[in-house]
Write a protein that binds this ligand. Sequence first.
Ligand code: CA
Length: 448
Amino acid sequence: MAKKQPNMIIILTDDQGYGDLSCMGSTDHRTPHIDSLAREGARCTNWYSGSPVCSPSRASLLTGCYPGHAGVRAILAGHRRATGLTAEVPTIATALKELGYQTAAVGKWHLGLKEESRPNANGFDYFYGFMAGCLDYYSHIFYWSMADGRTNPTHDLWENGEEIYDNGRYMTEMISEKAVEKIREMGRQEEPFLLYVAYNAPHYPMHAPQKYLDRFPDLPWDRRIMAAMISAVDDGVGQIRDELERLGIEEDTLIFFQSDNGPSRESRNWLDGRGDPYYGGTPGSLKGNKFSLFEGGIRVPGIFCWPGSIPGGQVLDAPCAAMDIFPTLLKLAGGDPEKYAIDGTDVMPVLTEGAASPHEVIYWEMEGQTALRRGDMKLVLNGRLVEKTAPTEPVFLADLSKDPGETVNLAPSMPELAAELTREALAWREKLEAHWEERFAQNYRSLT
Ligand SMILES: [Ca+2]
């Protein structure tokens, strides 16, 4: 019999492509532990992130809102005054804490560095990790903005509000170790826990210890480092599961796994000085990469595992999104999603009863791009494939049931539907812009 209020573990990977797990069809990666979550749980093949980039995607996951309703619509800066999420928009940690949960976040935050945007100010009792967008895996220094001269390299490793140093250790292993430690500590208490484990792998810089590289001796170098970084995460997932088993709380604990956005082709992935795109990650058969509102940028692996409560071995194709995590977890904890101004919906009926998607429409926006999915029809306005490129078409319409790779633009042959969906997408965007202007824009004008 599972505990009345289950423990919940959210595991997030960073810039990990739809195709880069063996359970998602990869033939050259090996991810046995993540695959076991899928085998013993439900693997969602139409799971979506809230955004094709880091910060808005995380904001949507943690708040249950579209990024524009959560107050985070762009990749946030990495200096220590950087604005981001504020307590004005509650996170799932805030909500579960009110229901008696212990709450902890381990790994990458990327939702702001100024005091009121930090994890401890947004519902997490405990935080260990870093708060900027990425970091050197061994020195734990944020080097991202060096080239533009605006930000100096910044050391970025924290335990709650205190800066700590642990130079030379591999970040992925540090995250796994701390996650296990927190499970051991929180799992022994009477109160249930929420643990958010946000790996920064396989986000650049592409670093992996030799022991993981040695697992993939025959792959080309760019693919090999990607496989090694994900393999290190996979080991961590195994350690997390082992700890739950050791404590005998597997059936009391729901695990959710997803990636925050599609694979990055940014040239800064690659340290060979040529500045050319990196091809180590793959969206599988989907089109587009990180930054794109085509499927490759936003459709991500989504896996739920809760032995005894969510039937195992399921492969589900109902379109659902990261914003659904907040209401789903809240309801399981005995809370009422109706009390929160959110955009997501409880997806337990999808996971346990084979129900259809609770969403008639799901929307996305990223700078000049706007997109929606209604049923199997997907519309992308000004869609681009990667960052800093021109849109491929002003209006792109695809039927994902027949063409998940968005290869054929149906807009010319279905002009009425294309026009109708365009009006709908633009009306949503207009409303969101007005809401943003009224509620959040000022926060960003002063300090980003
Ligand atoms: Ca990311």
